[in-house]
Design a protein around this ligand. Sequence first.
Ligand code: GTP
Length: 238
Amino acid sequence: MKIFLIEQENYREWTESLGHDREWKIQEIQHQISNLLNRITAENNGFLLPLRYDFLAIIADGLSNQSLIDIYNKATEISPTKIKACLGYGKTPLEAERNAFNCIHKSDHNLYLDKLNDEIVTVCHFDIDNFTSLTLNTSAYDAIIHFNNIYYKINDKLYRLGGLTQYLGGDNFISFINYENIKDIISMVNEIDNIKVGIGIGTNARNAMENATKALDNIRKTRDKKWEISQSTLELRY
Ligand SMILES: Nc1nc2c(ncn2[C@@H]2O[C@H](COP(=O)(O)OP(=O)(O)OP(=O)(O)O)[C@@H](O)[C@H]2O)c(=O)[nH]1
């Protein structure tokens, strides 16, 4: 697995430079940066995980180093701080991210790329059943508390498998995992009520993500299963 990790350096100093009436400005700028990097990453068939916003991760399998250079250049163009970025490799997405993080802190260069083999990308798109049904919820915020209780339980298991997990809004969250751990995901969701998962496999993260959402939509059609796997060959885009 390859993770391209981008650091916005001296983030705290930048935030403090905005004064006390700053949080709304930070939120505005963070979401603008995440929006623009999300777009250029998707155009290159990757997938952006905003993580902490001062550090953003890109699932880089299937992306050329030139694509990563283009994304790095975009980040340096739009960020209010200096940018450092490293490409890391690992058996799991978490190991790859840790290696990229280590590289950022050890490397004197602002950009470190390596010639690494691409591996297939596997992503799980989790969804809670009937999250929007009014009978379940007394308020939008109560629904979030209900979601969080499930999310943190599952996230801990995904972390132990070496998955990189990101909340996407509503009752949706995804985890990029190692292909070998699909069986662990299936046994996990079989033991948890009111949750389903679409598992997507692809030659790059965008392809895998599309397949995971397709699998999730298929489950909704019949509602007689808690998981489905979908894979296809690379569809060239852009
Ligand atoms: N990020 C993201 N949000 C979604 C997606 N689909 C739905 N949502 C949001 O997630 C919330 C729940 O939507 P659904 O999961 O479709 O509805 P549900 O009530 O849980 O019904 P089922 O999942 O079909 O059982 C809503 O706030 C939607 O706006 C998606 O593909 N991605």
